[in-house]
Design a protein around this ligand. Sequence first.
Ligand SMILES: C[S@@+](CC[C@H](N)C(=O)[O-])C[C@H]1O[C@@H](n2cnc3c(N)ncnc32)[C@H](O)[C@@H]1O
Length: 211
Amino acid sequence: MSFLETTRIAYDTVAESYAEFIEDDLPNRPVERSVLGLFAEVAGGGPVVEVGCGQGRVAAHLDALGVDAAGIDLSPEMIAQARKRYPGLRFEVGTMTALDLPDAGLAGLVAWYSIIHVPPALHPDLFLEFRRVLRPGGFLLLAFHVGDETRHVTAAYGHDNLSYDAHRLPPERVADQLVEAGFAMVAQTIRQPIGWEPMPQAFLLATLGTD
Ligand SMILES: C[S@@+](CC[C@H](N)C(=O)[O-])C[C@H]1O[C@@H](n2cnc3c(N)ncnc32)[C@H](O)[C@@H]1O
């Protein structure tokens, strides 16, 4: 099975419990809210798409900050959770590796803990796809777990019948790949672990700036 199939099956399986697990996260995460606030400011009113939106909380947070935000996710069950929670927002099934979006249409793209499910060897091509859909001057925001290893997940969120991969990533390598893909780095925030987290968290903001 391909990584897209194993990831989709896993998130379809955990959709309801994952949606509940993650629901209260942002109110307790001031660093994340400040990063999203910065992104909302530089992306202006949008349009912005969150790829790998899950149950929709990040797109909804951006919407509440005045951004025209929509979500795309590989998992139909996660999209069902997002539509149920935020019926006023647009959520569609799709893969970030081949976005069903026109060239140069977006002011911003967010991938919040979702590139972690794309094999790192494919990230250079993934970042070119992100570049394709962003307009000149557009902004890209990535969030991911810091590290340099792949975790094969068999149990999570109350389910023990899972089989998918999650990749921890070195921020320096991701930043280099973004620059290679034509982005300019704007800001890199590394937050130290909180609570159950075993590793720091990275938030990278990049732009297709024209100056
Ligand atoms: C860890 S969850 C994060 C969800 C959401 N961004 C959040 O922070 O609440 C990862 C999400 O990425 C989605 N995903 C994984 N690979 C994807 C792909 N290739 N295209 C679109 N979505 C993907 C999964 O289905 C899942 O909903």
